[in-house]
Design a binder for this molecule. Structure first.
Ligand code: TMP
Length: 237
């Protein structure tokens, strides 16, 4: 498949056209962003690590019956994906309180939730990704009720699959962010990526953070953390 022009440059990945209109190439860069792009740094080997990590997780999700855009690895930093029309929302599932829910609701980091929560955020860095609900999505025409219901049920199904996968590796899946899009037939498909850039993972025993909070909170050893997770879940790097 031939790589053509860059169509979109995100904070950490770039999307390229190919000679087939149904497929894109996703390039994982070393850029690491926090606080809606306020801080951007290059972390050596992050692009390669996240590309392999994401591919491993997406394959596990496919095996569990979740439709994803992932087709195949093309190189250490590139993945072939199905073309999707992305919905402009982020879907966040939480099992344990951390990050913005602690600030919003005044709860302590580490509080175990009685059941997982689901939140939508509108994707807009300048507005700092404000939280929205179903009625905003319907009112602005970002998606239909059926699409909303599908995103929620897939997000919870993904929680069942990944909580178990990380638990077996001695890790707590604290929370994560997903993005969905529509394929040419209008089906809701998991897009973007799943990597330690977009989730929180803690060691079960020590509660050591092994995700992007190491970057946000200046704890050091960011990519070492990502690689430790990869090693523990059996993801080849
Ligand atoms: P939050 O606690 O900041 O709301 O984030 C919840 C989870 O979603 C956390 O694992 C980080 C991830 N996330 C992103 O990857 N990108 C984003 O823009 C946001 C808002 C959250």
């Amino acid at each position: 498949m031939e790589k053509k022009q860059e169509l979109y440059r995100g904070k950490a990945k770039s999307v390229f056209a190919t000679d087939d209109p149904n497929y894109y190439i996703m390039l994982y860069r070393d850029d690491t962003s926090a606080f809606d792009g306020k801080i951007i740094k290059q972390l050596e080997d992050k692009g390669r690590t996240n590309n392999h990590f994401n591919f491993f997780i997406m394959k596990k999700l496919e095996e569990a019956g979740i439709p994803t855009h992932t087709v195949k690895l093309l190189s250490d930093t590139e993945c072939l994906v199905k073309k999707l029309k992305m919905l402009p929302v982020e879907c966040v599932v939480r099992n344990v309180a951390a990050g913005s829910i602690c600030r919003r609701l005044g709860v302590k980091e580490g509080l175990e939730l009685k059941q997982p929560t689901f939140e939508f955020f509108y994707k807009d860095d300048e507005l700092h990704d404000p939280m929205v609900n179903d009625s905003h999505i319907l009112a602005f025409g970002w998606g239909t009720q059926e699409e909303i219901d599908t995103m929620k049920s897939l997000s919870f199904k993904i929680n069942d699959v990944l909580k178990a996968l990380f638990d077996k590796a001695g890790l707590i899946l604290v929370d994560y962010k997903l993005e969905f899009g529509k394929d040419v037939d209008g089906n809701i498909i998991l897009g973007d990526e799943f990597s330690p850039d977009g989730c929180r993972l803690w060691d079960k025993e020590t509660r050591k953070k092994l995700d992007k909070d190491r970057f946000r909170q200046n704890l050091g050893g960011v990519i070492e953390g990502y690689k430790e997770v990869a090693r523990r879940i059996g993801c080849p790097l």
